[in-house]
Ligand binder design. Sequence first.
Ligand code: BES
Ligand code: ZN
Length: 463
Amino acid sequence: MSAGDPEGARDRTLAQIDANLEPSLARLFDLLRIPSISTQPDHAGDCRRAAGWLSDLLGGMGFDASVRETPGHPIVVAHDRSARHGPHVLFYGHYDVQPIDPLSLWDTAPFEPVVRNGAIIARGASDDKGQVMTFLEACRALREAEGELPVLVSIILEGEEESGGENLLPFLKANADELRADVALICDTGMVGHEIPAITTMLRGLVGEEIVISAADRDLHSGIFGNAARNPIHVLADIIAGLRDEAGRVTLPGFYDGVTDVPEAVRAAWNRIGLTDEAALGPVGLSIPAGERGYSALEQTWARPSCEVNGISGGYQEPGFKTVLPAKASAKISFRLVAGQEPERIRAAFRDYVRSRIPGDCAVEFRPHGGSPACAVPFDGAPLAATLRALGEEWGRPAVTIGSGGSIPVVGELQQALGMNALLVGFARDDDRIHSPNEKYDVDSFHRGIRSWARILHALAAI
Ligand code: BES
Ligand code: ZN
């Protein structure tokens, strides 16, 4: 139907998107009401429900959609073969969300979405349900307005992205022939500021380790045993304190092996974006970069590896005071990796370091949580150029390529299992509070995100 006049067809689709924003929002709200927190076993049923909801939605849109089992949360796969020609794209997103704690800091219920001041507020509004729905709603409008999609589209939606799940890579390998496409499209990243559209071409990797240190075989009275009996919180505190030196560098032997500074040209391009330390940290109430000395806040997050403590526990946590020596203390520690670092070598170096600091009468247990290398998308080809152009047209200013401090393990896995590169296009804004209370996604991100995908699919069809 659109073959003769692709631009006219595209404009009909854009008008369709504008006219149907309300029902599009209503569908997103239905998805946001499902508390699909992948890391909490109590929510396994909700993860399954979200997968079923998405599969039904895609089926209703004319996709050949199914919920596929894995040893963990299911994966949704769907195909639309209405396009008669054009490249084949594989869209990836995740339907799982982060935990909501601390609940007391939310102004509204995390799974009862509302619109306030032009923003959709709910857990997952931005990361990643709102972003996933920008693509699905674009496909819906394209089918409704043009009768077919401009390119062949396959979709894969997973439920273990936020919990470092290990089931996606084997699934990709086992279904390689079904899933392989010319290019992957991922909507799980952000823009620069509020108005500059961006394609992310560098992501950091991640190694997570939970350590549990055990000392005495029970909790002890800290007067009767203190000083003589080992306190595992002290052991843990020493371990954590020793992980970074005065200058903010990680102390693990070999940690920086293979790490290089970003090329001067990249550094210059980033500087042109003009993200000062104040601009990066001011919005969250801080001003002093806390990582490696000599690097800007932007470089510390986009281009330097790091070590962070994400959680710590041990001892009496209830109101009041209890003079106790706990039997155990634990921490959740993660390393963000850049190109050149191997996740399993870093994990081994960390474990060696921890073991070397455990007293002879104590013990340590390690629980791994995910490991993925950093990835760069070597994408100077036509799809990148076409996508930058399409984004520029929608947002009325040139799109840029950026790095990101976050991790999206599937990017490396797609390269490894299917030999595919991904274009990372997202509409999240820096103040979306992803992973935090009061997560939001601007209605404008959602609306223009949908419009952007309609333009991008048309632009890819024209290559
Ligand atoms: N969408 C984020 C990653 C992201 C955030 C990329 C902002 C670019 C800008 C993703 O869902 C996420 O949070 N990933 C986890 C992965 C981990 C649990 C394996 C992360 O980065 O902590
Ligand atoms: Zn995400």
